[in-house]
Design a protein around this ligand. Structure first.
Ligand code: DGL
Length: 251
């Protein structure tokens, strides 16, 4: 089975890592729109048109399923992409909601969503959580974490100061935190530490693996072989490949 993974840039590698570890596919085509990242500060129409162009990119690759690793593209463009696609498309929002439902049964639980400006403005997570009965939801646009992760700062003063900047008004650790941006799993240990290890962190990559198993009946490949990987980018593919080496294959 051949999967496509689409992201605005390198961040989707965090989702790719979970999918690779789950050994679900024989072949994976990763496409990052590195020429036009970030999507998280753009408007709805732009995000939809860039995402539809990404769909066109996958057309000659004959994939069986497309995974949108990008939260921002999932929040705005999944319906438009599904309308034009002949293969199933899975984004990260629905799996994230499913993961919350699996982990947090108490509808009074406090849930924090952190994501890009655009994802927060879309209210995509918020509306779906509310529809499930959760009502103590706080949403925070924490876009500064994106360049910090890209600079490789997974701990240290700058990350600490940024966490204080965003989180200092939160009096008690939320019961769940949705890491609603591809980059945030890379700083999950720091966020976990900030909230004194008292919050359940929802990671899109893990959530999507569970979702693919439960909703699409895609399980571990019988051969248990590592998928063949192909990387494509709208700009500087060698830089994407270098980041992939670092993020996918080192600790
Ligand atoms: N991939 C984006 C997301 O998950 C983060 C980077 C961007 O803004 O494009 O929302």
């Amino acid at each position: 089975m051949k999967a496509g993974v689409f992201d605005s840039g390198v961040g989707g590698l965090t989702v790719l890592k979970s999918i690779l570890n789950a050994q679900m596919f024989d072949e994976i085509i990763y496409y990052g729109d590195t020429a036009r990242v970030p999507y998280g500060v753009k408007d709805k129409q732009t995000i939809i048109s860039f995402s539809l162009e990404a769909l066109d990119f996958f057309a000659p690759h004959q994939i069986d399923i497309l995974i949108i690793a990008c939260n921002t593209a999932s929040a705005y463009a999944i319906e438009a992409m599904r309308e034009k696609s002949s293969v199933p498309i899975v984004g990260v929002i629905e799996p994230g909601i499913q993961a919350v439902k699996n982990k947090i049964q108490d509808k009074n639980a406090s849930i924090l969503i952190i994501a890009t400006k655009a994802t927060i403005a879309s209210k995509a997570y918020e509306c779906k959580l509310q529809a499930c009965g959760y009502h103590q939801i706080q949403s925070l646009a924490t876009g500064l974490f994106v360049p910090i992760v890209e600079e490789g700062m997974k701990d240290g003063e700058i990350l600490d100061a940024t966490m204080w900047h965003y989180f200092s008004s939160i009096a008690t650790p939320p019961q769940a935190i949705i890491l609603g941006c591809t980059h945030f799993p890379l700083i999950a240990p720091a966020i976990d530490g900030f909230f004194k290890h008292q919050s359940q962190l929802i990671h899109s990559g893990d959530a999507i693996v569970d979702y693919l198993q439960k909703n699409h009946k895609i399980h571990q490949n019988p051969s248990k072989k590592q998928a063949k990987l192909h990387f494509y980018a709208s700009s500087n593919v060698s830089s994407l490949e270098k980041t992939a080496q670092e993020w996918l294959f080192s600790k």
